[in-house]
Design a protein around this ligand. Structure first.
Ligand code: HEM
Ligand code: HEM
Length: 193
């Protein structure tokens, strides 16, 4: 049986949760309050009321400049996610965590198997998102043109909503288990016992 709530395991779990939720937060801001097209239109219309004319491209450039400091956090949090992935590998090598696929194969009943499949899918999706994000970010350094690296960007973006669904299932499952049993699973994930 895996010793799943060791300090290293908990550090991995919360660093992963913190960085993934933060990364998702930057994406939600990019889609909403800091959306370049919506803000470009607001900037263009407001400046027009002051009799200052901007072309649509100039307005988008201003909106992107406003968004840029927020989006930097996508890359800062990406570093934390990279550290979390490295921690998971160390935890598996030390026996503090299991390979997610092994957990699925060793499940004792249907409910446990379902939970472990969700965990496996979360880990796989995060890994592919991190690898494609890093590949696209470093395409220049790798000597690959933006066009040739485009598939990585597409894959990176298309996994966003599936990951959000998996995380919602995970958190929903944890809350359901917490309410249905008196095991204090979340407390254990915070302080070990
Ligand atoms: C983006 C956010 C999150 C991600 C990516 C995530 C990921 C994971 C993964 C992959 C596991 C399985 C670990 C293993 O056994 O190998 C896990 C377990 C667990 N997570 Fe999360 N988690 C997140 C947020 C949360 C939150 C917010 C809570 C608390 C409400 C939570 C509570 C737990 C608990 C209690 C377990 C142990 C479940 C068990 O083994 O039965 N997680 N998490
Ligand atoms: C769970 C983690 C992550 C999620 C959910 C995520 C999600 C996303 C999404 C949805 C976009 C598209 C944004 C849009 O066009 O509106 C994006 C863009 C991007 N992400 Fe991530 N990402 C994650 C981690 C990473 C990591 C680890 C890196 C590594 C550096 C990274 C690098 C990038 C890059 C380079 C872009 C393209 C930005 C651009 O269009 O200029 N992401 N990400």
């Amino acid at each position: 049986m895996q010793q799943k709530f060791t300090p290293l395991f908990r550090l991995w779990h919360w660093l992963t949760a913190f960085s993934v939720l933060g990364l998702a937060g930057t994406v939600f801001l990019r889609m909403s309050f800091l959306n370049k097209n919506i803000n470009a239109e607001i900037i263009r219309a407001k400046l027009e009321s002051f009799h200052i004319a901007l072309t649509p491209d100039q307005a988008v450039a201003v909106a992107k400049a406003i968004r840029a400091p927020m989006w930097e956090w996508h890359y800062i949090l990406a570093i934390f996610l990279g550290i979390a992935i490295a921690l998971r590998i160390v935890a598996m090598l030390r026996g503090d965590a299991q390979l997610p696929l092994l957990k699925v194969l060793r499940s004792e009943n249907m409910m446990e198997r379902f939970k472990n499949i969700i965990h496996l899918l979360i880990c796989l999706t995060i890994l592919v998102i991190a690898l494609t994000g890093a590949f696209y970010y470093f395409h220049d350094a790798l000597g690959i043109s933006k066009e040739s690296a485009h598939w990585a960007k597409e894959l990176h973006e298309s996994l966003f909503w599936p990951l959000m669904v998996l995380i919602a299932l995970h958190i929903g499952g944890v809350i359901r288990y917490e309410l249905a049993t008196r095991e204090c699973l979340v407390s254990k994930m915070i302080h070990g016992e």
